[in-house]
Design a protein around this ligand. Sequence first.
Ligand code: E4P
Length: 218
Amino acid sequence: MKFFIDTANLDDIAEAQALGVLDGVTTNPSLMAKEGITGEANILAHYQKICEIVDGDVSAEVISTDFEGMVAEGEKLAALHSQIVVKLPLIADGIKACKYFSDKGIRTNVTLVFSAGQALLAAKAGATYVSPFIGRLDDISTDGLNLIAEIRQIYDNYGFETQILAASVRHTMHVIDCAKLGSDVMTGPLSSIKGLLKHPLTDIGLAKFLEDYKKGNQ
Ligand code: E4P
């Protein structure tokens, strides 16, 4: 399973990249705003910086909600860097734009996916990635992981090549469960990746090894 980090924070991206397990980055307008990145020139420059840090795909989301606007924005984003993946919302014009980009060989990430039917549409439109938001479904007492399982089954039934990008991942158990269910990618905060390191028996074991080494090498 590929690990993407879901942030526009350059320090977090650099830390995950330095760990050696990062495969890409996802951003969205809220994450860009959180870092205080506003105005088209600054936004494009920020995507450029992210691409320079990470060795992998960087999802950059369009703001337009009409086909022509999405195409114009997406073409500008895709031209920025070869690592950019155009992120489109799952609305009718987003699906049309996805098909347009897919026919042109431009990679896409269809976002704001909350049902298996939406994921089926994204795959039929040739999306490179589909982003089911598991955390936001969990937030409303609906099983987000079940959606990953449903999409996996549907895509496998027909050999769709669209990659399942489990999004809105909130913690390490989401990461592990997505891996068990065969999600192709997960995107989460740095804490969801670093949390995988933690086990008290590792810490206790290491302390004992070092203590015993010290005893024998004084
Ligand atoms: C996905 O691409 C989104 O950026 C993201 O995962 C949403 O996560 P949230 O529900 O924690 O905001």
